[in-house]
Design a protein around this ligand. Structure first.
Ligand code: NAP
Length: 287
């Protein structure tokens, strides 16, 4: 058996086209979805991410407001900007590109943001809502994974899912979403015993541990769906995921490649969340 390769690039393109249609429909009612992107400092990887988000937003017809602040920005200055954006009716979503310089307390700063503009789903109000079964904004990467599961016709109800990783941005919200979709969820982390056994019994494997090819193919249950969130650059320059893809694809029913799997979905879901924020703030949906 060789697995269906889940084409994240094509699915992300489909999501972006859906977003574009929704932006057009909103624009005809005089609503232009707006996204503010804040970058603090000159981290080269963050600069690339911000550029890609800005370009993707503009392509979808979203008004993007870029705020590039110097690395020496004080907490008070950043808080003042976030308060200003929270009150700006042209801005429906605010994204603070992480990481920010270590001297700035990210939690305290994000608390200043209007939770209805938290398109990254990081505020306590939005994390809490996910776990209460009433999600409003959910972090973009796990939201993208849910779309990949749907597009690959993976059965979720009653399925055994293992999430490897418990970060705030990926593992935890991923587990919350799968639970909300009636899967039976196990969360593994660096202190988990018997990781291989947990993977071997899973119908759905979500690998988000950030360790190159750490999940060996022979652990995968035949017929499982494998979603590889990991992005790891090897010394020889190659980009690989957290799953040993070549072996795993011989056992899985469906699997994402790296690159071209989860990666393209993250930006697409940010655009999706921005449109959702615009609808929410204009009373077109209630969540
Ligand atoms: P992170 O904050 O470093 O979290 C990694 C998680 O994996 C932690 O919970 C850690 O456990 C666990 N872990 C580490 N080593 C482990 C091991 N040997 N066995 C089991 N669990 C282990 O990383 P992240 O932000 O969640 O990202 C995870 C990966 O996804 C990274 O490769 C990142 O580059 C990638 N990523 C991709 C996208 C995308 O758009 N495709 C977006 C975000 C992240 P502890 O909690 O015990 O430390």
């Amino acid at each position: 058996m060789t697995a269906q390769i889940i084409d994240g690039k094509a699915i992300a393109q489909k999501v972006r086209q859906e977003v574009q249609q929704e932006v057009l429909a909103l624009s005809s009612q005089g609503i232009v979805p707006g996204l503010a992107v804040i970058l603090v400092g000159d981290d080269p990887a963050s600069q690339v991410y911000v550029r890609n988000k800005t370009r993707a937003g503009q392509e979808a017809g979203i008004a993007v407001f870029d705020h590039h602040l110097p690395a020496q920005t004080s907490q008070a200055e950043l808080v003042a900007l976030i308060r200003q954006l929270s009150g700006d009716p042209r801005v429906h979503g605010v994204l603070l590109q992480l990481p920010i310089p270590a001297n700035l307390p990210v939690g305290e700063i994000l608390d200043e943001l209007d939770p209805r503009k938290d398109v990254d789903g990081l505020l306590e109000a939005n994390v809490g809502r996910l776990w209460l079964g009433r999600p409003r904004f959910v972090p973009c990467t796990p939201l993208g994974v849910m779309r990949l599961l749907r597009e690959s016709e993976t059965k979720l109800v009653g399925a055994r899912a293992v999430v490897i990783g418990r970060s705030i941005l990926v593992g935890r919200p991923m587990a919350g979403l799968l639970l909300g979709a009636d899967a039976t969820v196990t969360i593994c982390h660096s202190r988990s015993a018997d990781l291989g056994d947990r993977v071997a019994e899973a119908d759905i494997v979500i690998a988000a541990l950030g360790k190159p090819e750490a999940i060996a193919g022979h652990f995968i249950k035949p017929g499982a769906t494998v979603i590889d969130v990991g992005i790891n650059r090897l010394a020889d320059g190659r980009l690989v995921g957290d799953v040993a893809f070549a072996e795993a694809k011989l056992r899985a029913r469906a699997i994402t490649p790296v690159p071209g799997g989860v990666g393209p979905m993250t930006i697409a879901m940010l655009l999706h969340n921005t449109v959702r924020a615009a609808k929410l703030q204009h009373g077109l949906i209630s969540v």
